[in-house]
Design a protein around this ligand. Structure first.
Ligand code: 4G3
Length: 233
């Protein structure tokens, strides 16, 4: 019933303020989610508490050394038994709404955040279950990705959003298509009107218009999504 997230990060102090504020903080207060942090530095045993080292083969920057991350992950597996342990990495499977729904069903997740120029490859091979990418760009660390995953998964849980059924009522919200455009008051804003059909009160016409908008916008703006949608139809 409580979805548990464990984040393995050097920077839990930076993540906590965002995740305890706003919607996700309310979800935590209601017992719908529980986010815990484990610091790999707490699993170092040298005087300098080192979590990184120079890359074998040379090159710029530092690489996260595997043992503190492995011990942190072992600690989390023992304490929380997460359904899956995920490394945020630009080389991973790309996160999307389908993956968010898949994770939503798991009930728990551990998210491993690397920093520096990367993470020793043996973490990917022997410590985590999966590598996940938020998209084709490089960040200074996996923490923002972990927060994106926590947000996208949490909002699918029943009770986190306003509606008790949760955002899972995806018969209207086919994740393969872009959303239809939304409007609110005022009806005329700086001379720009709201589409008449939305004011008609004719719900069948509104549903048809919205579906047409979704198809057109996807075709026009996201040929990649459009091709996949047509393949799957
Ligand atoms: C290299 C994830 C860099 C390896 C992490 C972690 C982008 C993403 C890092 C690694 C990241 C992403 C940290 N940058 N696109 N930086 O999801 O495991």
């Amino acid at each position: 019933m409580t979805y548990r997230f464990d984040v393995i990060t050097l920077f839990g102090d930076l993540m906590a303020p965002y995740l305890t504020g706003s919607m996700l903080g309310r979800a935590a207060d209601k017992g719908l989610i529980d986010v815990r942090y484990t610091n790999p530095r707490d699993f170092t045993h040298d005087v300098h508490r080192s979590v990184d080292d120079a890359p074998f083969g040379g090159g710029a920057g530092m690489v996260m050394t595997p043992e503190p991350l492995a011990q942190a992950a072992e600690h989390v597996r023992t304490e929380a038994a997460p359904a899956r342990v995920i490394l945020l990495s630009p080389s991973g499977r790309v996160f999307d709404q389908t993956v968010a729904k898949e994770y939503c069903e798991l009930g728990s997740l551990a998210l491993v955040c690397g920093r520096y120029e990367g993470v020793d490859e043996r973490v990917s091979e022997h410590v985590v279950d999966e590598e996940l990418s938020l998209g084709d760009y490089v960040l200074t660390g996996g923490e923002l990705g972990a927060m994106v995953v926590i947000d996208a998964v949490s909002r699918l849980l029943p009770g986190v959003l306003g509606n008790a059924a949760g955002a899972q009522e995806e018969s209207f919200t086919d994740a393969r298509l872009l959303e239809f455009p939304q409007y609110t008051r005022p009806r005329v804003w700086r001379g720009h009107d709201v589409p008449d059909v939305l004011l008609s009160g004719h719900h069948a016409n509104i549903d048809t218009w919205r579906q047409q908008q979704r198809l057109k916008r996807t075709k026009d703006r996201r040929p990649d999504l459009w091709a996949r949608y047509r393949d799957e139809q």
